[in-house]
Design a protein around this ligand. Structure first.
Ligand SMILES: C[S@@+](CC[C@H](N)C(=O)[O-])C[C@H]1O[C@@H](n2cnc3c(N)ncnc32)[C@H](O)[C@@H]1O
Length: 217
């Protein structure tokens, strides 16, 4: 069972009882997503058409912010997102992201109501491809410009941060593509380097000193 909780910027997150961790920073779910995945992620992809892969669809917050971003900027995005344990309707309909961001609630609900394992054309600029799968079993020949690596922390879900998975992320990226994550642990940065990434530490969101960008050059 997962519980809805309020973070310091007034936006919700979910607490996972199974993992014993929040889906987002307690300092602010929207603030964290905007900082890590939009400002230091999408905004740094200098392209008019973007192939994006997210690890962990979860609440759909990153997808919601990304959709809004590409529609405002008139950039095209194929948003692929892997999720093994989708949240249920009771949970997503109560999340306060549309209200907090001042965006039509229907757009947020549409993200969740979209079909799994197929392409959902949600607007002129945004296609959503949600894949209900364990990341360990996910295979593709597609190459991505950017990866949102938004797994639970290495302390709580070590298997998501294994060399095998990080190597997979490296393979999935195009040349000059990059991965962003809120995680700034030394051991994870070393693993990212070992699998071939150039690792860049960036200032973190509120409440965190650093975050990580990992480039395939
Ligand atoms: C930290 S949460 C973040 C989710 C999302 N990006 C958000 O903003 O709500 C991590 C997500 O990874 C998912 N997850 C956990 N193990 C997974 C696995 N083996 N494969 C795919 N997704 C997984 C969880 O269910 C959860 O939704």
């Amino acid at each position: 069972m997962n519980n809805l909780i309020l973070t310091k910027d007034g936006s919700h997150t979910i607490f996972s009882k199974e993992i014993n961790e929040n889906y987002h920073s307690k300092h602010g779910a929207i603030s964290e997503s905007l900082h890590v995945f939009i400002k230091n992620g999408l905004e740094k992809v200098e392209k008019k058409s973007i192939e994006l892969l997210e690890i962990g669809f979860g609440t759909g917050l990153n997808a919601f912010l990304s959709q809004n971003y590409v529609e405002v900027k008139k950039i095209f995005c194929n948003y692929h997102s892997i999720e093994k344990f989708p949240i249920n309707k009771e949970q997503f309909k109560n999340l306060n992201y549309p209200k907090t961001l001042g965006i039509d609630k229907k757009k947020f609900i549409d993200l969740h109501d979209s079909n799994w394992n197929s392409l959902n054309k949600l607007s002129e600029y945004f296609n959503l491809i949600k894949i209900k799968k364990d990341i360990l079993d996910y295979k593709t020949n597609l190459k991505f410009d950017i990866i949102f690596f938004d797994a639970f922390s290495p302390e709580k879900q070590a298997e998501m941060w294994s060399e095998e998975i990080l190597k997979k992320m490296f393979t999935f990226l195009k040349k000059n593509g990059f991965l962003v994550t809120y995680c700034a642990k030394g051991i994870i940065k070393r693993k990212l380097k070992e699998v071939g990434f150039k690792v860049i530490s960036l200032p973190g969101p509120i409440g965190k000193r650093e975050m990580t960008m990992a480039m395939k050059i």
